[in-house]
Design a protein around this ligand. Structure first.
Ligand SMILES: Nc1ncnc2c1ncn2[C@@H]1O[C@H](COP(=O)(O)OP(=O)(O)OP(=O)(O)O)[C@@H](O)[C@H]1O
Ligand SMILES: [Mg+2]
Length: 505
């Protein structure tokens, strides 16, 4: 058993307790957080110096919770909302609830405060931390993210942001629209859109960008999800993290397929122009050479008896000369150096005439379907040449279908082009009369289509075709200020559409 403490001993204990209390209140007072002690009736028992420094309020200003609420949350609705939150938290009697509210300080300034409340016996200890700066930084970060998203979103070019591993972190709407993949599908993967023949270039450019640190720009190609090849003008730049370390890439992929197509068409048109000039020049000289051959052969034929073997030979010379003359005529048409005058006319009648001609000449295994719109308007043309276009295209269609036969569809109708649908750099928006001839024949590869209008280009057997058919069609159409569109799928068939500008009276 302990003996009763002496008076001295008790005094010592009291001193020790006093020391302890002093240390505790020193800790509370020197704490760099606001601290408030509230009893269960809502009276403030104590607030530390930092609380006053933070909010400006002394114990006199806020004797109880009700007055604190009125002063700190002058907005009625906000006050109600906070009171509700606290009440719910109190019901749960949780320890260390953490909440963030915006308070109004005594001097009217607003501060974002984090409250941590702990319940101790009948009292509540509230610890207040000023998080205004953190919350402002968070807000600024969020705003900057939103701004970036808006900038990328508004960019009409596809944009991809990659992390350091080369996986996409962000894709804008234009990317999804152009290439067909969503970010979800590509998460944690490389985008499988670099064609084999562009891989080396891509690798080299990535190396370049990481070694020099400078953005790169170059023309290349990318594949869409459907496997379509798209011409791209690519610009890429490094993204660095806060420490300045390379953290990924931002890549802008401008779709330049349309521009490329127009460039190619222009190049093709220029090539045709050059060939035309050359061929036309030769044809003229050739005509001059042919003329005396034909004239003299004709005279000799008249002077020679039909039974004579010489007559037969002369006949052969004459026939060959006529073939040569026809060929020269075609070349002159192609090079647009013939002298035919165009008239304003409707195409329905001449197209129908040509069709009935074709019908009689076509093998029976070929079925011909026609859609000729009666309402098609006027164009500037020459009926013999229109006839020739239809004949040449139909003959090609028939050759493409071979012995198996198939179907030829011919249509004539009007079409209006606006700025966006134009098929040629020289084409102007407006109304056109379109003559379309399609077949179900063997079709053509893209590479072949590029050559078919070249004079003397043919894939037919030697001695079968001259390869002047489409060159002639091209020459006629150009002279009429028209345009030709070819589309074809190997083994499926081809469609040739010719657009003649409508003449408005
Ligand atoms: N409808 C078509 N389907 C498939 N290939 C075609 C078609 N039209 C043209 N071609 C291809 O284009 C080539 C050139 O055609 P073009 O009419 O100029 O000459 P050709 O038909 O070979 O000879 P020619 O017309 O002088 O008898 C053809 O040899 C063929 O390879
Ligand atoms: Mg032909």
């Amino acid at each position: 058993m302990h003996s009763k403490p002496t008076y001295e001993e008790l005094e010592q204990e009291v001193e020790k307790l006093k020391d302890k209390t002093n240390t505790l209140s020193e800790i509370i007072e020197s704490n760099p957080h606001g601290i408030a002690l509230i009893d269960n009736s809502g009276q403030y028992i104590h607030i530390n110096a930092y609380f006053t420094k933070l909010t400006g309020y002394t114990l006199k200003d806020i004797p109880n919770k009700k007055i604190w609420f009125e002063k700190a949350y002058p907005d009625k609705n906000y006050k109600k909302q906070i009171a509700q939150t606290w009440e719910n938290d109190n019901k749960k009697l949780g320890m260390g609830n953490t909440r963030e509210f915006k308070i109004q300080c005594k001097n009217g300034q607003s501060k974002q405060i984090e409250f941590r409340s702990t319940f101790l016996n009948d009292q509540t200890i509230s610890v207040l931390t000023d998080v205004t700066q953190r919350s402002e930084a968070e807000k600024a970060l969020k705003e900057s993210k939103e701004r970036l998203k808006a900038i990328f979103g508004a960019n009409p070019d596809p944009v991809a942001v990659y992390n350091a591993k080369g996986y996409p972190l962000y894709l804008n709407d234009a990317f999804v629209e152009t290439f067909g993949w969503t970010l979800k599908e590509l998460q944690g993967k490389r985008i499988p859109f670099v064609p084999k023949d562009q891989e080396e270039l891509a690798q080299n450019k990535i190396k370049e960008i990481y070694t020099t640190g400078h953005p790169v720009r170059f023309e290349t190609k990318r594949l869409s999800k459907q496997g379509e090849v798209i011409d791209i003008f690519l610009s890429a730049a490094i993204i660095k993290d806060a420490k300045g370390i390379n953290n990924g890439l931002v890549v802008n992929l401008k779709n330049i397929s349309d521009r490329k197509k127009l460039e190619n068409q222009l190049q093709h048109a220029q090539k045709m122009e050059a060939i035309g000039t050359l061929a036309g020049g030769i044809a003229h000289d050739f005509n001059n050479i042919l003329f005396p051959i034909m004239a003299n052969t004709e005279i000799l034929l008249m002077d020679t008896a039909e039974e004579s073997p010489i007559h037969d030979r002369l006949q052969k010379i004459y026939k060959s000369a006529i073939r040569a003359r026809d060929l020269v005529k075609q070349i002159l048409i192609f090079s647009r150096q013939d002298t035919i005058e165009l008239r304003t006319m409707k195409l329905q009648t001449v197209v129908k005439e040509a069709l009935s001609f074709i019908r009689s000449a076509m093998p029976s295994k070929i079925e011909i379907e026609q859609h000729i719109s009666k309402s098609c308007g006027l164009v500037k043309a020459d009926s013999t040449q229109i006839h020739q276009i239809v004949m040449n295209l139909a003959a090609n269609a028939s050759h493409a279908m071979g012995k198996k036969g198939g179907q030829i569809k011919l249509s004539l109708k009007e079409k209006i082009f606006d700025q966006h649908g134009l098929i040629d750099p020289d084409m102007k928006p407006g109304s056109y009369v379109c003559l379309s001839i399609s077949d179900t024949g063997k079709g053509m590869e893209k590479k072949l289509i590029k050559q078919i209008f070249d004079p003397f280009f043919t894939t037919r057997e030697k001695g079968r075709g001259t390869g002047m058919g489409l060159a002639t069609v091209h020459g006629i159409v150009k002279k009429m200020n028209g345009f030709i569109k070819v589309s074809s799928t190997p083994d499926k068939g081809s469609t040739f559409i010719i657009y003649f500008p409508l003449v408005k009276l």
